[in-house]
Design a binder for this molecule. Structure first.
Ligand code: ADP
Length: 200
């Protein structure tokens, strides 16, 4: 099985893009384990803040109700603080961020200050029906507050309206890679490794 080579000395900054339920979480975990880089999931960070009832958590809880997005400036600030930590120096995987064009632009600006840029954007895709099926299945297993039929539909609409324009944005930058998300976890992971092995 092809594995991404070790980027000794090179930072690999990766964004995982894709609709809710596409398998980003599973594939992200495998990838960060293989590349030994931090997994930065804004969904996880926000849920953690809500659980811990921090000031930020209290603020975003109502914003996120019903599958809507947290405010750009809050999420951008959260990510910038995280990326400033020393474990991000050798690269990282962003999962669930950016989710809007303003978030992507802010990220690019923040990186440019240090002469950095995103190396690869992985756009994981599966068809609409399979997506919905996977999400409903996860809802049964995980009891996540935002996994019920109405919020799932809402999150898909939000993805379509707010996040999918990022595909063209990164395509223009020449860093977008499409990955077919249908198949076993291993098959999909092999495709990702194959793509990353070609990234300079
Ligand atoms: P998904 O299963 O859709 O990948 P996530 O765990 O990434 O879900 O995110 C869950 C929720 O957290 C989103 O529906 C949204 O409300 C909020 N969220 C996560 N990332 C962002 C972001 N970059 N901008 C705004 N809201 C976000």
């Amino acid at each position: 099985m092809p594995k991404p080579r070790q980027y000794g000395g090179f930072a690999m900054r990766i964004i995982f893009l894709g609709p809710p339920g596409v398998g980003k979480g599973t594939q992200s975990q495998k990838l960060v384990d293989t590349l030994d880089i931090p997994h930065i999931s804004t969904g996880e960070m926000l849920r953690e803040a809500i659980r811990a009832k921090t000031e930020l958590g209290l603020k975003v809880a109502s914003q996120m109700e019903g599958g809507r997005l947290a405010a750009d400036e809050i999420v951008v600030q959260l990510v910038r603080q995280r990326l400033a930590q020393s474990d991000c120096r050798n690269g990282y995987l962003l999962d669930g961020f950016p989710r809007t064009l303003p978030q992507a632009a802010s990220l690019d600006l923040a990186l440019a200050v240090d002469d950095e840029a995103i190396d690869a954007v992985l756009n994981l895709t599966v068809d609409q029906e399979e997506l919905f099926r996977r999400l409903m299945e996860r809802a049964k297993k995980e009891d996540r507050g935002d996994d019920n039929e109405d919020t799932i539909r809402q999150r898909m609409t939000v993805y379509h309206d707010m996040t999918s324009p990022l595909i063209a944005y990164y395509e223009e930058q020449g860093v977008l890679h499409r990955i077919d998300g249908i198949g076993t976890v291993e098959e999909v992971f092999d495709r990702i490794c194959h793509v990353l092995n070609k990234v300079e």
